[in-house]
Design a protein around this ligand. Structure first.
Ligand code: SAH
Ligand code: SF4
Ligand code: F3S
Length: 444
């Protein structure tokens, strides 16, 4: 059955920042094809669900979303594309289970979205989960229309194969984008209004490449290059793996002015036995040494992490070791999750899966501690003077919200403009945000 080609679209991204980046690039691609961004998801003739497969709940979300879209569509269902990691993991299973889906496109194939839309409109099967050798980045349109803070994917995929994780299967093998392509994209982002760039990768600190002179470089070299980019004020990167935390990258935290004092370095668990079963290939002591070394060069660095509770075989004693590591490190921020068995991963078939009630209890105890630490970190910044990059409007008139160097959400009074980098005094702190007043303004 043929149908008219869609004229408007809406992209909804779930999951990690890499997905948010892909979502932005899909939107740019569709706009370059002459489609317009719909004012609301309800008004879109094409809906792209850019999905995440990391935990069962995330993966199931796509099906409830599809159900909702179909239900509310009165004058004919919009064209539905499933992109992202569920698309890669489940492929043709998706239209089988949810026949309302017209297009399935994986994270390494979304540059083919215009063709897939045309195929779907022509009533043809539209599925592409290839992981071609040629990079999608080479054919995507140039970056444009940025907010003050932008994402830039520099590395994709993962070779680490932690036993609980789907990413090596959904995103493929580790690849690093070339130096020149990254520097060019960073320039385009700055020209389009970005003042802060967050370099992204599933293991971003595994990035490696060659600079213009053919010298081997790591992520620290790339950061130093971007440090020289006029108009760029702040650099961040995420997510890092402890094993790829090089001496050079640690040193960069001490002497690259634009590199913000924030490090997301997941440890996952505090028991060496569990880390081994997870195939993390680092232990607690080596992780703690890394944190110590980064703090030695940048004492105010905000440390963040990810934790999994209830990995198969985790005992109460193992879990208490996780709490002990958290107490030792003192986090500014962290994500924590109940272990979710993922199809095809080794941990899913391990013996001794943990009872859900036990997981709930451990997650609650861990989160209570992490929340307390986050609040403590925020309270310790009260009275400090720092810069805030204003990103959006706040709730009340005159309020704006931006980010501190330590990635805290800051509510600023006195209505600075979006995109302004203002110097503030922090006057109050809650568990999730801090309040500040302007001390000095600089030109936007
Ligand atoms: N590459 C990053 C993390 C990517 S996934 C790293 O290695 O640190 C983001 C987080 O999701 C992981 O750090 C982990 O804490 C969590 N996660 C991954 N698989 C999971 C699973 N099966 N169940 C619960 N949490 C999981
Ligand atoms: Fe997943 Fe481990 Fe790779 Fe991170 S390092 S993406 S947790 S397999
Ligand atoms: Fe999810 Fe894929 Fe990111 S599984 S966390 S969207 S890499």
């Amino acid at each position: 059955m043929t149908r008219p080609a869609p004229k408007s679209f809406h992209v909804k991204s779930f999951g990690c920042q890499m997905n948010a980046y892909d979502g932005a690039r899909m939107a740019e691609l569709l706009e370059a094809q002459g489609l317009t961004a719909a004012d609301s998801p309800e008004a879109a003739e094409l809906i792209v669900l850019n999905t995440c497969h990391i935990r069962e709940k995330a993966a199931e979300k796509v099906y409830s979303d599809i159900g909702r879209i179909v239900k509310r569509a009165e004058g004919g269902k919009p064209m539905i594309a499933v992109a992202g990691c569920v698309a890669q993991a489940e492929g043709a299973e998706i239209p089988h289970r949810a026949p309302a889906v017209d297009i399935v496109v994986g994270p390494q194939a979304y540059h083919n979205l215009p063709q897939l839309v045309a195929d779907a409109a022509a009533g043809k099967r539209a599925l592409d989960t290839d992981m071609p050798a040629a990079s999608k980045f080479d054919v995507l349109p140039k970056r444009r229309r940025q907010g003050p803070s932008a994402f830039l994917t520099v590395q994709e995929g993962c070779d680490k194969f932690c036993t609980y994780c789907v990413v090596p299967y959904t995103r493929g093998a580790e690849i690093s984008r070339p130096w020149r392509a990254i520097v060019d994209e960073a320039k385009a982002l700055v020209d389009a209004g970005a003042r802060e760039i967050t370099l992204l990768g599933q293991n971003v600190n595994a990035w490696s490449g060659e600079d213009e002179k053919g010298r081997a470089q790591g992520l620290d070299g790339l950061i130093r290059e971007l440090d020289t980019l006029p108009g760029l004020d702040r650099i961040r990167y995420t997510t890092s793996h402890p094993n790829d935390m090089s001496d050079g990258l640690i040193a960069a935290h001490g002497d690259v002015a634009k590199l913000m004092p924030f490090l997301h370095l997941p440890v996952q668990a505090g028991s060496d036995r569990i880390l081994k079963a997870m195939n993390r290939s680092h232990d607690v002591a080596s992780y703690l040494r890394l944190i110590e070394r980064v703090r030695a060069v940048r004492p105010d660095i905000a440390v963040s992490g990810d934790f999994i509770v209830g990995f198969p075989g985790e005992t109460e004693a193992d879990f208490e070791e996780t709490l002990a590591v958290v107490r030792q490190v003192e986090h500014a921020f962290a994500f924590s999750f109940k272990y979710s068995p993922r199809p095809g991963t080794p941990a899913a078939t391990m013996a001794e899966q943990i009872d859900p009630d036990v997981m709930d209890d451990r997650l609650q105890r861990l989160q209570a501690l992490l929340n307390e630490q986050q609040h403590g970190f925020n309270l310790a910044t009260v009275g400090k003077r720092c810069e805030v990059l204003i990103e959006r409007d706040g709730k009340r008139p005159g309020q704006r919200i931006g980010k501190s160097p330590w990635l805290q959400s800051v509510i600023v009074e006195d209505g600075p403009a979006i995109g302004e980098l203002v110097t503030v005094y922090i006057v109050a702190a809650g568990p999730n945000s801090i309040n500040a007043v302007i001390a000095e303004r600089q030109a936007a």
